[in-house]
Design a protein around this ligand. Structure first.
Ligand code: KG4
Ligand code: ZN
Length: 347
C-alpha cells in the first residue's frame, strides 16, 4: 500500500490530504479563503499568502490526525509546485520541504492541473480508465483540452487564449451583482432564466481546439449594463430592464456549448475512449448534461467536493509518480506558469 500526504496552496484554498494507492481518501482537509476574498470579487494574492501561512500547519496536522495513520506510514509528500500564485505556492512548497526533511520522506512536486486530472481516480466507480482519454480541465485559472495517453502522459490540444472558463463565470457574476464566486451563483439563477433570451457570441479561434471567452464577457457587458460615463467607475451598473436570470442562462449556454462542441470533436478525432472533466467549473450541471448529450462516449467528472481545489487530488497524482519511481529534490522551485504536457516533469 502506498500512502501519500498531499499539500495544496496554489490559489485560495489551504488543503492537505492523505490518500492510499492513489484512490482511497483517508483524510481531506480544506481551509477555504472564499470569505476573505469575497469583498474584493476575486482572489487577492497578498491576502491569500498570509492566510496560507496562518492555516497550513493546522491543516496538515489535521489531515494526518484524521487519516489515523502514523507519520512513519507516509511514503512521500506531494505538494503543488505550480501553476498558481507565486506567494501562495511558496507557502505550501516550503512547508512540504521542511516536513520532508524532518521526517526523512521523499518529496514530489505536482502540477496542479495534473492534480485536477487525478481527482477522477478518487472514486470507487471510476477506477478502470482505459487510455487514451480526452481531458477537459475547466477552473478559475485554466481551460485546457488534453489528450491523455497514459499515466503522466499528456498532449495539450488547446486552451483558452484569454479568460479561463471559471474566470468568465466570476466576471459575469460580478457584473450581474451576484456573490463571489460567480460560477455556482450563475448556475443557480440560470435555472429560472431563459437560455435563448440573448444570442451571445461563440468565439471563433484560429486553432480549432483553442477557446476565447473575453468576447462573450464583453457582449454580456454591452447587453446587460449601462455604458459608464464617469471615469473611474469600476463596476458596470446593471440595466434596470434586464433580467439577471435570462442573462445568466444565456451566458451559461453560450459558454457551455463552446466547451462541449470542441471537447466532443477532439475526443472523436483522437479516438478517445471517454471524456474526463475536472476543475471547479466541472461542477456545473448544465455543462455535465450538455456534454453527455453531445457525445456517445462515457463522460466522467469528480464528485462535487473534488471538482474545486483540494489536496486529495495532489496526493493521488503524487501516488502514480511515486510508484513510477519519480522523486524531486529538496531544492525544487515553484513554477507559477507551468503548462501540462508530456515534458512537464523534465527538470
Ligand atoms: O478548480 P477551482 O476551485 O480553482 C482553480 O484552480 O481555479 O475552480 C474555481 C472556479 C471558480 O471560477 C468558480 O466560479 C467555478 O470554479 N465554479 C463553477 C461552479 N462551481 C465552481 N463554475 C460554474 N458552475 C459551478 N457550479
Ligand atoms: Zn484548481
Amino acid at each position: 500500500m502506498t500512502t501519500i500526504l498531499g499539500i495544496e496552496s496554489s490559489c485560495d484554498e489551504t488543503a492537505a490530504a492523505v490518500v492510499t494507492d492513489g484512490k482511497v481518501i483517508a483524510s481531506n482537509i480544506i481551509a477555504s479563503q472564499i470569505d476573505l476574498h469575497a469583498k474584493y470579487g476575486g482572489v487577492f494574492p497578498e491576502i491569500a499568502s498570509r492566510a496560507h501561512i496562518e492555516a497550513i500547519g493546522h491543516v496538515v496536522e489535521s489531515a494526518i490526525a484524521d487519516a489515523g495513520v502514523s507519520v512513519n506510514k507516509i511514503d512521500a509528500i506531494a505538494v503543488t509546485r505550480g501553476p498558481g500564485l507565486v506567494g501562495s505556492l511558496l507557502v505550501g512548497i516550503n512547508y512540504a520541504k521542511g516536513l520532508a526533511l524532518a521526517l526523512d520522506k521523499p518529496l514530489l512536486g505536482i502540477n496542479h492541473l495534473e492534480g485536477h486530472v487525478y481527482s477522477l481516480w478518487l472514486t470507487e466507480a471510476q477506477r478502470e480508465i482505459v487510455f487514451p482519454v480526452l481531458v477537459l480541465i475547466v477552473s478559475g485559472g485554466h481551460t485546457e483540452l488534453l489528450l491523455m495517453t497514459g499515466h503522466g502522459e499528456y498532449t495539450r490540444l488547446g486552451g483558452t487564449l484569454d479568460d479561463a472558463a471559471g474566470e468568465a463565470f466570476d466576471k459575469v457574476g460580478r457584473m450581474l451583482g451576484l456573490p463571489f464566486p460567480g460560477g455556482p451563483n450563475i448556475e443557480r439563477v440560470a435555472l429560472q432564466g431563459s437560455a435563448t433570451a440573448f444570442d451571445f457570441p461563440r468565439a471563433k479561434t484560429d486553432s480549432s481546439y483553442d477557446f476565447s471567452f473575453s468576447g462573450l464577457k464583453t457582449a454580456v457587458k454591452r447587453e446587460a449594463t449601462v455604458a459608464s460615463t464617469r471615469q473611474g467607475d469600476k463596476d458596470p451598473v446593471l440595466r434596470a430592464d434586464v433580467s439577471v436570470k435570462d442573462v445568466a442562462a444565456s451566458f451559461q449556454k453560450a459558454l457551455v456549448s463552446t466547451l462541449v462542441e470542441k471537447t466532443a470533436r477532439a475526443a472523436k478525432e483522437h479516438k478517445a475512449t471517454e471524456i474526463l472533466m475536472a476543475g471547479g467549473v466541472s461542477a456545473n450541471q448544465a455543462l455535465r448534461q450538455a456534454m453527455r448529450a453531445q457525445t456517445e462516449l462515457p463522460v466522467r467528472y469528480p464528485p462535487l467536493n473534488l471538482c474545486t481545489d483540494n489536496a486529495a487530488m495532489i496526493a493521488a497524482a503524487g501516488c502514480f509518480r511515486y510508484e513510477a519511481g519519480l522523486r524531486d529534490d529538496l531544492d525544487m522551485d515553484v513554477k507559477p506558469m507551468w503548462a501540462l504536457n508530456s515534458k512537464t516533469y523534465e527538470r
